[in-house]
Design a protein around this ligand. Sequence first.
Ligand code: ATP
Ligand code: MG
Length: 566
Amino acid sequence: MTTDTTTPVVSNFIRSAIDADLDSGKHQRTITRFPPEPNGYLHVGHAKSICLNFGIKEDYKARGLASECNLRFDDTNPERESVEYAQSIQDDVHWLGFEWDGNVRWASDYFEQLYLYAEELIGKGLAYVCELNADDMREYRGDFGKPGKNSPFRDRTVEENLALFRAMRAGEFEDGSRTLRLKIDMASPNLNMRDPVIYRIRRVHHIRTGDAWCIYPMYDYTHCISDALEGITHSLCTLEFADHRPLYDWVLDNISIGCHPQQIEFSRLELLYALTSKRKLNQLVTDGKVSGWDDPRMPTVSGMRRRGYSPAGIRLFAERCGVSKSENVIDYSVLEGAVRETLEAEVPRVMAVLDPIKVTLSNFEAGVTSSRSAPFHPHHPEFGERDVPIAATIYLDREDFAEVPPPGWQRLTPGGEVRLRYSYVMKCDEVIKDATGKVVELKCSLDPATLGQNPVGRKVKGVIHWVSAEHSVQAEVRLYERLFTVERPDAVRGEDGQYIDFVQFLNPESFKTVMGYVEAAVTGAAPETRYQFERLGYFVTDRKDHVPGSKLVFNRTVGLKDSWVK
Ligand code: ATP
Ligand code: MG
């Protein structure tokens, strides 16, 4: 049950730059890459980057070019990286509907080449082994508006540097005691160019290379060379790397690599009411504030998936975020809107009652009172139909009954009538309450002449959903709201000017479980099956806890309209 939700390709400044390179003959095709560090699960910001990089490949392929997009792990910080994270990232990219070209790439595949390029730089007098400790290094580095000082180790001979670098690799020095640095310019106004460290000594087990290396290359050095080794044409990254571009270019200009990808920066997506930082999301997981990386309230790809967001919805959202260099702050409702829009035509509709009031139908007659069948979607007959059985006891949602109706009320009220969706017109004859005054049951009667017919001589406007007590099935329904109560949970300052811990802004109402009744048609649904519960919203069977036929568990994906009250 999929519908075509592809949106026309919207151009942006990156596509314009690529078009210019194709027109000028600089490139005959595009090769982009998505380069995550496997140090956490992907979030909605990464989804934007995935859609951008893989989207370029798809669009240019559609124009007949042999474009490609790689998935490359930037695995140069072994202490923070894990196989679990790397696997989840691959699963997420696939789930979003993208396929990388060739094998998964790893920066660690290039460790030997990276090492050899470092020797080349040493040989050219462009890199040196430095023995400043971290504090001294910071001190020598200077600051904005304050030039740095040359390291006392800067003028070692090539031979000395080569011997020391080889000794670093051979494990002859303590962790942190030496680094390899580029010899660029300690007075550069760009701090990234002040003799950046490109190798450090770290005895940490690596998920792929094990203990083969005790020196690891730094991100800036690794990234540009990995891009060039893969023949990347356009290396797209977020704006905070703009100041690193001179270094990216410097490294490639000074080694014999014969390929020089163009780095282009775009603005990071920031989603209001959510966090887009793996480190902060990790904190929520580690501190048990959520049930895991895939908690349906998390803005992770796996969380959005479990919540019931569809890949098409997330891709539509990414498209709507656009690609530019200006701030990309997007309200959560834009994400929900895109999800809702794609689900509207894609998923079957059934009825469910989540806050039931029991209704006894006084004139129900077995064998006489009959049911109708109803389509699963009003505009998609191909979704099929099911019977909507009625019985002497039915359930309505508490919200659809008011003893004292507010003005304009079109639902049930004592003595009033409503249409039961796909069934009869029903009148409320009696309200039964418990000792506390709570309504516990309604006694109602059906107008037998109104099955599929308008009542004669009067108009009944309200149509409400309901289920038959004996024909419906019970389901656990998990109701989710936004995880945070403020737009920017990690940017609120207290009176002392310090940031307040974002945990303070967790929404205590963000998760509630109810037992509801759903039409029996859903009983056999596999995990991750989506439905619209009429008038209530979109729901999905839980990926982990739902067991078809025995334990039904639904997650609320999103309501039918934007109901968020700020
Ligand atoms: P985080 O701070 O969450 O760890 P990161 O940028 O360090 O994010 P990486 O794994 O290095 O995470 O990111 C992989 C790719 O995703 C990079 O190219 C990065 O620019 C991009 N990316 C990360 N966050 C966002 C975002 N919020 N919006 C757009 N692109 C993003
Ligand atoms: Mg990173």
